[in-house]
Design a protein around this ligand. Structure first.
Ligand code: FUB
Length: 319
């Protein structure tokens, strides 16, 4: 019996020592959005602080950086709901994009004005540096619920994802159940056209993310519930989108998975969250942790199913 316990303890210690997923283990991190800037990867995350058996408690956003995708530097909470005077709670999914030397942090958070702007909305903060300080760029929400009257639920306007096309045009995608998109002005903080709905996405739930490779546009998103990740492709950012099926199965111990996809030093990565950390309290759908695994495109433009691992980037990428 004693021998068995020793062996188990050894196996556990070995597994921990060689596991790089989740990438952060002292706080809960969720809804990762990554960018590459001057040889450094920055991952901006939500911050789960819910007590055991309680639902979302999210009041600020965190940032981590790395130059090797293995060791991460924490930059602390660098944006909070309280930095938006028009918001009242819920630091939901967000996305940072660089344009012309400035960093724009698009966030979904709950609007304080329940009468005119029921539920969640999207705001944008700006900074000269990827690690802040950030400040509200508008003093008001960019997207409010009355601008997207289709959805009847109050969390329709969440999960912003910004994509700057090759011609320099910025586009904002977002949504829950309905996926919307709109052109942004070059200043990044105003709309430059009507809000449109993305057609052709099978089973869209939330968390849109755009990337482009070899002239093909990819829209990955959380599908169904509990969520998996599906994707569609298109010849242009405005579609038409063709569903390509599942990209990733659901995340361990979490109903949501929320992905982002980046290329760094000629390797593609799939960044997502699961509920695997069991301390400081129980990991699950409301106490999530960011993980990273490799992503491989096929020569025909499709993407191979993601293999979710505990080793993460400790494993060498396939050649
Ligand atoms: O973290 C709050 C919400 O859960 C996000 O906005 C969704 O994408 C889901 O992950």
């Amino acid at each position: 019996m004693k021998k068995t316990i020793t062996l188990l303890a050894f196996t556990f210690a070995t597994a921990l020592a060689s596991a790089s997923n989740p990438i952060v283990t002292d706080v809960f991190t969720a809804d990762p959005a990554a960018i590459v800037h001057e040889g450094t990867v920055y991952i901006y995350t939500g911050h789960d602080e819910a007590e055991p058996n309680k639902h979302y408690a999210m009041k600020d956003w965190l940032c981590f950086s790395s130059q090797d995708m293995k060791t991460w530097t924490a930059h602390g909470p660098i944006l909070a709901v309280k930095d938006f005077a028009w918001a009242k709670s819920d630091a939901y999914a967000a996305h940072v994009t660089e344009k012309d030397g400035k960093f724009y942090w698009f966030v979904s958070t709950r609007h304080a004005d329940d009468q005119n702007h029921r539920g969640m909305g999207i705001g944008v903060a700006v900074s000269d540096s990827p690690t802040g300080p950030f400040e509200d760029a508008r003093g008001s929400a960019l997207i409010t619920s009355d601008m997207t009257p289709k959805g009847e639920h109050s969390w329709e306007d969440i999960d912003p994802a910004v994509f700057i096309d090759k011609d320099g045009t910025p586009w904002l995608f977002w949504g829950n159940v309905n996926c919307y998109y709109v052109k942004l002005k070059p200043n990044m903080i105003e709309l430059d056209g009507p809000i449109m709905e993305v057609e052709g996405l099978e089973n869209f739930t939330e968390a849109p993310w755009i990337h482009e490779k070899n002239g093909l546009y990819y829209l990955s998103y959380a599908s169904g519930f509990p969520e998996k990740i599906s994707y569609a492709t298109a010849p242009s950012i405005e579609g038409p989108w063709t569903s390509r099926g599942l990209l990733a199965e659901g995340a361990f111990n979490s109903n949501t998975i929320h992905q982002s996809i980046i290329e760094f030093e000629e390797q593609w990565y799939f960044i997502y969250h699961n509920g695997s950390i069991q301390h400081p309290n129980t990991g699950d759908s409301y106490r999530r942790s960011v993980c990273i695994d490799y992503l491989y495109h096929n020569p025909d433009g499709t993407i191979q199913s993601i293999v979710q691992t505990t080793e993460g980037t400790d494993l060498p990428p396939r050649q």
